[in-house]
Design a protein. Structure first.
Length: 329
C-alpha cells in the first residue's frame, strides 16, 4: 500500500469517528488512457472535502458536485465517465479514455483498522466488497493476486509500502533517497560513521547509526524491501549484503565496478551464502544510461530497482565494463 492509500483509509476512518458521512470511491475499470489504474481510491465526506484521487481532477470535482446536490449513495453504486468523446474531454480523460467507479457509503470502519494493522505488519491483504449487500471482508492475499471486479464483487489489494534501505550517507545516497521518496518508498539510511551521520538531514526519511546487518535483522526485510549498499566501505557494505542476500528482499545491489563486484562476490562466498544467494546481487548497480553525476547515477539505480520490482528484463546493462564505477576500481 502506498502512502496515498494509507492517507485515504486513515482520513476516512477519522471522518467517520467524528460523526461525518463518508463515501469511498474506487476505480474498477479503465479504457484508453484513463489517468488512474484499477484500485485507485479516494474518500469524501459530507461537506465536500476529499482525499485521494481517481482521475486528474475533473471527475473528483463532479463527484463533489453530485454530493452537494443530494446524490448521496446509501449502498454501493456504479458510476461511469467518458462514455462519449465529449464527456471524456469534459472530465479530462485523454485519448477518449473511460473510467468506471464504485461509490460506497462507509458504514463501518473495523475493516479499515484491520487493513492498517495487518499491512503495518507487512502483510498483503484483500478487501472484498459485495455490491448487493455492501458487506466487506478482509482476506489474506498473495503477491500474484491482482485487482478484480466481476460485476458483483470487488477485490482490492492492500499491502505494505515499498521500503528502501540505503547503506552509507554520502552524496549519492542523499540524491537516491530524495528520488526514492518521490516514488513513494519508505526510505531508511544507515551509517554508523560519525562523519557521515552528522550530514544526513533529509526530511521524510529515517536515519540509523546501527550496524547495517543488525538493522536489517530488526527491519525484517521482506519482498517489498530494496537494499542498496553505497558506503564505499567494504566492511559496512558486505555486512549489509550478507543479511540482505539471505532475506526475501526483492532487490539487493552494491556500488562498484565489475572488478570490485567480482572481488566482493569472492568475499561473500566465504560466508554462509549459497551461490544462488550471491547471484542475487546486482552489481555493477544500475542500468547503463551513460550516467556520470550523482543525480544521473541515482536515476539509473532507481530505474533498475523499478524494473526488478515489475519483473522487466534488465536489457540495458553494460556488457563489458561497469556502468557505474565511482570507486576508481
Amino acid at each position: 500500500m502506498d502512502s496515498l492509500d494509507l492517507q485515504v483509509l486513515t482520513q476516512a476512518r477519522d471522518w467517520h469517528a467524528q460523526g461525518q458521512s463518508v463515501w469511498l470511491v474506487t476505480v474498477i475499470e479503465t479504457w484508453g488512457s484513463a489517468p488512474r489504474p484499477p484500485g485507485a481510491l479516494l474518500a469524501m465526506c459530507g461537506d465536500g472535502v476529499l482525499v485521494g484521487s481517481v482521475s486528474g481532477g475533473c471527475v473528483e470535482d463532479d463527484l463533489i458536485d453530485r454530493l452537494r446536490h443530494g446524490e448521496r449513495a446509501k449502498h454501493p453504486v456504479l458510476v461511469t465517465y467518458g462514455v462519449t468523446k465529449e464527456e471524456a474531454a469534459r472530465f479530462g480523460l485523454p485519448c477518449g479514455g473511460n473510467l468506471r467507479l464504485v461509490q460506497e457509503p462507509l458504514s463501518d470502519t473495523n475493516w479499515i483498522d484491520e487493513v492498517l494493522t495487518r499491512t503495518a505488519r507487512h502483510e498483503l491483504v484483500a478487501r472484498c466488497l459485495n455490491l448487493a449487500s455492501g458487506t466487506v471482508s478482509i482476506e489474506t492475499a498473495s503477491r500474484n493476486d491482482v485487482f478484480q471486479f466481476d460485476g458483483d464483487n470487488l477485490r482490492a489489494l492492500f499491502g505494505p509500502r515499498w521500503r528502501m534501505l540505503i547503506v552509507g550517507a554520502g552524496q549519492l545516497s542523499k540524491v537516491l533517497a530524495q528520488m526514492a521518496l518521490a516514488l513513494d518508498f519508505d526510505v531508511t539510511c544507515c551509517d554508523p560513521r560519525d562523519s557521515h551521520a552528522l550530514a544526513w538531514d533529509l526530511p521524510g526519511s529515517h536515519f540509523s547509526r546501527a550496524m547495517p546487518d543488525d538493522l536489517l535483522l530488526e527491519m525484517q526485510a521482506d519482498a517489498h524491501t530494496a537494499v542498496v549498499a553505497l558506503s564505499h566501505d567494504p566492511k559496512l557494505d558486505d555486512m549489509a549484503l550478507i543479511e540482505a542476500l539471505k532475506s526475501p528482499a526483492f532487490y539487493v545491489g552494491a556500488l562498484g565496478s565489475r572488478r570490485t563486484t567480482a572481488q566482493r562476490k569472492q568475499r561473500l562466498a566465504l560466508f554462509d551464502l549459497t551461490p544462488a544467494e550471491i547471484d542475487r546481487l546486482h552489481g555493477p548497480i544500475g542500468l547503463h544510461i551513460g550516467s556520470r553525476t550523482p543525480a544521473e547515477i541515482a536515476v539509473s539505480v532507481l530505474a533498475e530497482i523499478i524494473a526488478v520490482r515489475h519483473g522487466v528484463a534488465l536489457a540495458q546493462k553494460k556488457p563489458h565494463q561497469s556502468a557505474i564505477a565511482l570507486d576508481g576500481a
